[in-house]
Design a protein around this ligand. Sequence first.
Ligand code: KG4
Ligand code: ZN
Length: 337
Amino acid sequence: MIVLGIETSCDETAAALYHSEQGLLAHQLHSQIPLHAAYGGVVPELASRDHIRKTLPLIRATLAAADCLPQQVDAVAYTAGPGLVGALLVGAAIGRSLAWSWGKPAIGVHHLEGHLLAPMLEENPPPLPFVALLVSGGHTQLVDVRAIGDYQLLGESVDDAAGEAFDKTAKLLGLPYPGGPQLSRLAQQGHPGRYRFPRPMTDRPGLDLSFSGLKTFALNTLRQAESEHGTPLPQQLRADIALAFEQAVVETLIIKCRRALHATGHRHLVLAGGVSANQRLRQGMAEVLAKEGVTTHYPRPEFCTDNAAMIAYAGWQRLRLGESEPLSFKAKPRWAI
Ligand code: KG4
Ligand code: ZN
């Protein structure tokens, strides 16, 4: 069975073809980062218009790359939410219409289910059950994945998502959008120990998280440093702040993941979502958990951030379980997993 996956929930347009026996056949992605960079964040209307321009050409390019004809596609999976409603509507309308014209089924996929199943596309996929840490620009959640489709939310951020905190702190440090990877690069030059940020909500029991305080802490640290050392702050001190912020996010996430693993008794952890591309998080988590006999799994960096391979895969899993949908299409900007 060949499933065409379409992702248009935010600022990436992507298409992919997943074959149930051969695995991923092809995937293509167009990033809107240069389009939004001038505004310091995603402009929803510009995102929708760009998805309209790019989705069909990307689908054609993906079919060509896989040497696949439209009539060989058995089903279409599109991201139905959560995300920007205008952006979602583009992928949903195109995906549903193509499936109808080809006489094939279409299925609306939950974007976060796509993220948490992304490591299944790798060579050593995690065995079920596992704990998944979903860390993206819009969500930070700990999920007990018992089986495909059987997800229990264990905890989540009560305010900003981890990626959002990365992006906002990066902006404070004068780094361009999207700030997460840029902040991480700056942190590589940082000297450890000059600054120390709090580890929010780790001093009390529970699996919820909070990241908005770290952004405020970064602002206060920056102001204090500027009053001592002048504006603009020397590059080395900016790097020191970036490092202290990154260490705080990573250590907080590690503490909460260990708790979730103890609570569930699972021996495997999956890192997913844009922030799981972060090297310090990947290495730190794997090192700490290995000592406890827990294996850490994560997708290749390009499948940590938004992509259509994970949507095609999640769609195939849903269809395999016998799910089907009516001819109407759905776009759900808010949608609990
Ligand atoms: O999953 P994703 O591509 O989109 C959403 O569904 O939100 O995640 C994007 C988020 C952004 O906040 C971005 O700054 C962050 O992931 N991100 C990173 C890194 N790469 C992407 N944050 C920290 N370190 C990275 N290397
Ligand atoms: Zn995402």
